[in-house]
Ligand binder design. Structure first.
Ligand code: CP
Ligand code: NVA
Length: 307
């Protein structure tokens, strides 16, 4: 049966680990897998802006022997005159996989339902699972194993990155802490799902309102923009509420001495993180951005083997 990747917990712990192993293999030997030789085409659809996702999928699909077809939703019929389900029926007869950056998770589910080619979430309002594969790969490279590490996300706990850390971190057996103010806490169902996964993997989930308490003893501190795509009109309220959650040198000092700083980018220096931290020696943001390429190539290879 065709496998899709719409949220982080679509992969079991063993499957997540297998994809990360393959990503490391592909990072060492970039052109060693050619599942798209033909060439076959992969549709990569954007309802929202992107730099990293667009480039890493385009380059990765070419590395795998295929052709990327980058579609801007605004210049297509999707979302205007045509449903996700009808779009999928058209695409599945011509492309090997569909990658889609969109707003609601329900649209992705509609796109994937009954579709014979893999559908991949390239960021939704709820999750950013491709980013998480890259982040876990980056942490593995810097720290060795993932299980047992404490990763603390500070900021908008309801954003796609925080919610993906909950699910993907729990799957990897990590201790995931989310520090956010009231009104910015993760979806309760996602927290419950992550907690259930953590109970099986030996990880843990903990929510905090005080960022500094959460930071103490962390192996990794992470944040994300306070103003996710689609939330631009809320900027002033968000900056006011999230001010105490800025990652700065003092907060990094509460984490372990060898703690790492991560951010999926794009970043607003001076808002969610100070420039000395994001551009400092503990920051691994450029490895993180590069690893989108390797992680997504591994994911596509793995999904295409099962399609
Ligand atoms: N991190 C990330 O997804 O970046 P883009 O929005 O540039 O794709
Ligand atoms: N939370 C951010 C992530 C950007 C890659 C957003 O959705 O805009």
């Amino acid at each position: 049966m065709t496998r899709h990747f719409l949220r982080d917990d679509d992969l079991s712990p063993a499957e997540q680990s297998e994809i990360l192993d393959l990503a490391l293999e592909l990072k060492k030997d970039r052109f060693s897998r050619r599942p798209l030789e033909g060439p076959q085409t992969v549709a990569v659809i954007f309802d929202k802006s992107s730099t990293r996702t667009r480039v890493s999928f385009a380059v990765g699909i070419a590395d795998l022997g295929g052709v990327p077809l980058i579609i801007s939703t605004a210049s297509s019929q999707l979302g205007g005159k045509e449903t996700a389900a009808d779009t999928a029926r058209v695409l599945e007869r011509q492309v090997a996989a569909i990658v889609w950056r969109t707003y609601g998770q329900a649209g992705l589910e509609e796109m994937a339902h009954g579709t014979s080619v893999p559908v991949v979430n390239a960021l939704s309002d709820d999750f950013h699972p491709c980013q998480l594969l890259a982040d876990l790969l980056t942490i593995r490279e810097h720290k060795g194993a993932l299980a047992g590490l404490t990763l603390t996300f500070v900021g908008d706990g309801a954003c796609n990155m925080a919610q993906s850390y909950l699910l993907a971190g729990a799957t990897a057996g990590m201790n995931v802490r989310i520090a956010s103010p009231e009104g910015f806490t993760p979806n309760r169902v996602v927290v419950a799902d992550a907690t259930a996964i953590a109970e099986k993997t030996g990880g843990s989930i903990a929510l905090f309102t005080d960022a500094r308490t959460a930071a103490v003893g962390s192996d990794i501190l992470v944040t994300d923009t306070w103003v996710s795509m689609g939330k631009e009109e809320e900027k002033a309220d968000r900056v006011a509420a999230l001010g105490p959650y800025r990652v700065d040198a003092d907060m990094m000092g509460l984490a372990k001495d060898d703690a790492l700083f991560m951010h999926c980018l794009p970043a607003d220096r001076g808002f969610e993180v100070t420039a000395d931290v994001i551009d400092g020696p503990q920051s691994i943001i450029w490895d993180e951005a590069e690893n989108r390429l390797h992680a997504q190539k591994a994911l596509l290879t793995w999904l295409l083997e099962r399609a």
